[in-house]
Design a protein around this ligand. Sequence first.
Ligand SMILES: NC(=O)c1ccc[n+]([C@@H]2O[C@H](COP(=O)([O-])OP(=O)(O)OC[C@H]3O[C@@H](n4cnc5c(N)ncnc54)[C@H](O)[C@@H]3O)[C@@H](O)[C@H]2O)c1
Length: 312
Amino acid sequence: MNHTKILITGGAGYIGSVLTPLLLEQGFKVTVYDSLLYGGSSLLHFISDKKFTFIKGDIHDKESLSQAINKNDTIIHLAAIVGLPACNKDQKLAHSTNVKGTENVVNSLSPNQILIHASTVSNYGAFPGSACDENSSLNPISCYGKTKTEAERIVLDFQNSVCLRFATAFGVSPRIRLDLLINDFVYQAYVNKFLILFEKTYKRTFAHVQDIASSILFAIQNHEKMKNSIFNVGDNSNNYSKEEIALKIKDRLEYYLHFADIDGDEDKRNYSVSYEKINSLGFKTNKTVDEGIDELIKASRIFEFKHPYKNY
Ligand SMILES: NC(=O)c1ccc[n+]([C@@H]2O[C@H](COP(=O)([O-])OP(=O)(O)OC[C@H]3O[C@@H](n4cnc5c(N)ncnc54)[C@H](O)[C@@H]3O)[C@@H](O)[C@H]2O)c1
């Protein structure tokens, strides 16, 4: 089978808006299936490309979803309620989207189709000490991590699937997200000129959004070697403590940085991750955290920061 027709669920989002042009440039026919929770302007740029199709659809809608899936060879499943704050805001919606929605995707597949699933290193939860690899036990601590861990189990029942556990993304996308740790820290430092940091020693692991998109292309191109398996996606050199990230930003921007001992962050993730498994197949990331911070500072001059209820 020639896997040239690709469906991306959630393709209008932060990662999907960077992945779509990468796949179109490679000559694939790309259909984005998205309910447009955050709008669709990040996709307007591709409308004139004849290889691009857009379907406004919800992964809860089994009929419309399976019709869209049937017309494609490769399915990249990105659609989800993403991140701790969004999931905590409506835990029922998070569960139905991330778990039931994934079940709907898997149940619509035929055995010769390929599924590439966007999973997350958040599944490791709190894992201080040695770096977790794909065999480490999972200890998700947030509603987001728990629903994504459940989704991953469902996906692994499908023989032709690849589970990519992405590190926390950073960098600029046409559908920017300012709730991701590095993006948020740069925003706080640039706009508010201060950052209050809890649990400064907690470790996190990062990957540029373009590298995440490249890893999906890599999984399509190396599907035979990767199918039926889980891969962490990131780079060993991009494991940092929260303090190290804040100080990297301080090297570039003047802002007040306060390390707080009282109270804490709702997000208790604390882990380092090993990326040797995907590296051993030849996948390497290109962008460092330093490059990402420079890029975000440059973009901060473009973002609209004016509050609608302030006169300045
Ligand atoms: N960005 C990260 O740091 C990161 C890290 C690890 C894993 N991931 C995973 O990658 C995927 C994409 O993340 P993102 O950062 O692009 O998130 P995002 O929130 O920017 O994009 C999610 C997209 O899914 C769509 N969507 C939500 N519910 C839907 C539904 N019911 N039906 C159809 N579409 C729906 C939204 O409209 C949105 O366009 C997610 O599965 C996420 O768990 C992201």
